[in-house]
Every structure is written in C-alpha cells, then in structure tokens.
Design a protein around this ligand. Sequence first.
Ligand SMILES: [Zn+2]
Length: 345
Amino acid sequence: MTMQAVYLTGHGGNEVVAIGERPLPGRQMGEVRVRLHAATLNRVDLYMRDSGAGITHTLPQVMGIDGAGVVEAVDAGQGLSLGQRVLLYPGVTCGHCEFCQRDQEVLCTTMKLLGEHRDGTFAQFISVPARNAVPMPEGWSFEEAAALGVNHLTAWRMLVTQARLQAGETVLVFGIGGGVSLAGLQLAKALGARVIVTSREPDKCERALALGADAAICSGTHDVVPEVMRLTDKRGVDVVFENVGAAAWDSALRSAVRGGRIVTCGATSGDQPGADLRRVFIRQLQIFGSTLGNLAELQDLVRFCAQHKVRPLIDQVFPIHEAHAALDRLASGQQFGKVALRISA
Ligand SMILES: [Zn+2]
C-alpha cells in the first residue's frame, strides 16, 4: 500500500524534492492515523530542502511540519472518533524527561518534529501519538486549521507565555506578511494590544492596516526607530515581536521602552547581530527566545481563536502535485499569509 507524498531525497534545492508514492505509514498502539487534507508551508521546509544541516534525519523523508485532516484509525479511549476533524501538534515528545514531566514538552530533549526528524504532513496519511491530534475549530477549512499548529502556536507562546502581553500595551511586529508575524498581529489585536507593524513593501503595510494594524512603518522608505518614537510619544513599545534577525535587531533594541520585552523566534536575515549589551542592561530590557509551544498552549490557542474569531490568513493554495511551485512561492517572500498544500485524499 502506498500514498502520494512530497518527500526529500537529498538537500540542495527543488530537484531533491520528489512528488510520488511512499509506503503507507503503519500505526502503533496509542497512535492515531490521520488522513491529511491540507498542510501549510513553513520556512523550515525550505531549510530542510536546501540544507537540513544539524537536523538528525534519514532520507527519504516526507516533508511538512503542520497539517489537518480526519481521523482514520485510532484506539478506543483516546478521546478521538473516526472521521473527526483534527489538526496536528507538530512535536512528538518523550513523555519522561525533566521538561516533559513538568508539561514543558516544547523543551523536550528528544523532541521529534514532523517533517524535520520524522515523516511529515505533505502526504495523504500520517501516524502520530493520539495526543498530537487536536480537534479543529468548527467551520474552519483544513488549510486554516493546519496553519495554527506552527505559526499561530509560535506567536501565541511568544506573546502570551513569554512576553505576557497585556491589553492596552503596544507591540511592534517586524516584517509583516510572513505567517508568524501575521499571527502575531492577529493575536495581539485580539488580546487588546495596539499593534505597529513594519514591512519593506508598501502593499504589505496597506494590507496589514486593512487587517487591523494600528500603524504601519514602511521600512523601505522610513527608519523604523524614529517612526516608532513618533507613534509612541517618544516612549517606545512595550513588546517587540521579532523574527527577522540581524537586519532588524538593532531597531528592535532601540524601539523598546525601558523595561520592555523583546521576543524572538527567528533569524531569517542572519543570527549574529551586535548585542548592544549596554542598552540591554541600562534600559533593563528583557529578551526572550521562543519556538513553537506546548500542547496545552495549542489547546488554549484553539479555544482563543474560536472565541475571538481569529482565523489564519491563507495566501494561496496549491494542489500537492504543485509542491515545487508552493515552495517557490514561500521562497519568493511575496506571500501574505500562509502558502498551503491541498492534499486530495
Ligand atoms: Zn521529553
């Protein structure tokens, strides 16, 4: 028995991304087999395609870290029913390390991520521990639900758990347009914050304003820091939400209010910016690193999104056999929202 899948046969660009048949995954006791309907693309998919360095895995490996579909097989007593619509928590954790034992499984020393360390979601079927399947919000598309599991979860942990964002505070979101930054904008607004966004591209600034951003700084033509100071009566923002990396880091440090919080989950433009330690200690800045989130955070997020009508933005949906074009769309940086794969079952 085989299934359609998008899988890696090596590293170094689109020519190592194969679209074809892979063996149907088996199902162990305690696992759920999900018939996937949609997945969305994340930057790590490009990293796995182009390099994969430092990530322990064996080839060929099915790509894709997030996904949503319906329960196809599961043991009784797991709280899941056949045909139920679910989205996936992307980390398979050990359950017994120090971090798993205190419900911080996102810190698990042996966490295996779908599409990084084990077969992922760009396939018709996947088997994962039953706890990794979370019921979808009512009325959502599979593409929207898939997007929650990585980008929105990451943004949720950054804002709620790490930065402890409060209603009425001001957040600066760098590089609006990508999945995490848009999730940050949506969630921060729903949490009652004032949100300033930046983008090099004027049309992304316009679209962010239409989406509810309170102000947008076009960083192609304006310096971010003076604009932030103008927009905050020379005070600075309470929280900086950052995943651009080196190109934005200096502005991030200089945009925060005294005692402000900076939370970072990425370094697309480089990971070795100047640290400016004097500014960090004199202004008593708090810097948080964050990536993904815990299963309990994903469950909180699903409830929050249903309650506050926050739905991930989908840029474009590609059929699974056009996975190369989907990856190219993500690599282009032109997207506004999530690039999705529709997996016909
Ligand atoms: Zn663990």
